[in-house]
Write a protein that binds this ligand. Sequence first.
Ligand SMILES: Nc1nc2c(c(=O)[nH]1)N[C@H]1C(S)=C(S)[C@@H](COP(=O)(O)O)O[C@H]1N2
Ligand SMILES: [Mo]
Length: 197
Amino acid sequence: MAMFTRGFGGRRPDRDDTRIPPGQTLVHDWPVLSAGATPDIDPQSWSFSIRTESGVRTWSWDEVHALGDEDVTVDIHCVTHWTKLDMPWRGVPLDRLFEDVETSLEYCMVHSTGGYTTNVPLDELLDGKAWIAFEADGEPLEPEHGGPARLLVPQLYFWKSAKWVSGIVMQADDEPGFWEDAGYHLHGDPWKEERYW
Ligand SMILES: Nc1nc2c(c(=O)[nH]1)N[C@H]1C(S)=C(S)[C@@H](COP(=O)(O)O)O[C@H]1N2
Ligand SMILES: [Mo]
């Protein structure tokens, strides 16, 4: 009798369905999905702000980097059904920025140069779950992928990872951003298939 066994050592990433959320298909390239034109942003004129009930805190490019870049390898999942596994990124955890911010507001509206917005609960951005990312695949982020800086929130669908990110406005309520207003889910967990609402 012929026996076919799948060895533990022989599993390839594209066979690892336990890491591919329902309804997703693996890709090896990196599709570009932008709702508008790609802005041309000089890192030295880029800044990042967090607005709370008590005011605005702003960091320059150098100040954000001084908080400490780290390397992370994560899987990303786009609501248009592609998933990319084991992507290397470099960025500063949002925890580092929020260490300097006091707020009792629980929801974030993330803003980008060009007007894109997306809503994320603050607890999805803390505890090592989100970064301001500057590099992917060992290279500075290409402008079309959000360079010089984008949000990276890999545990939510990739539309939450705002490209050309410029800041966060803290809010008392969870309000829809750009895609959420057009019918995308307010939360966007790929493992629960929170695609539309
Ligand atoms: N500023 C901005 N951020 C954005 C978008 C956008 O149109 N503008 N598109 C979102 C969507 S729908 C996805 S799937 C990812 C795509 O990122 P990529 O083009 O690097 O793959 O960026 C997200 N962030
Ligand atoms: Mo998307």
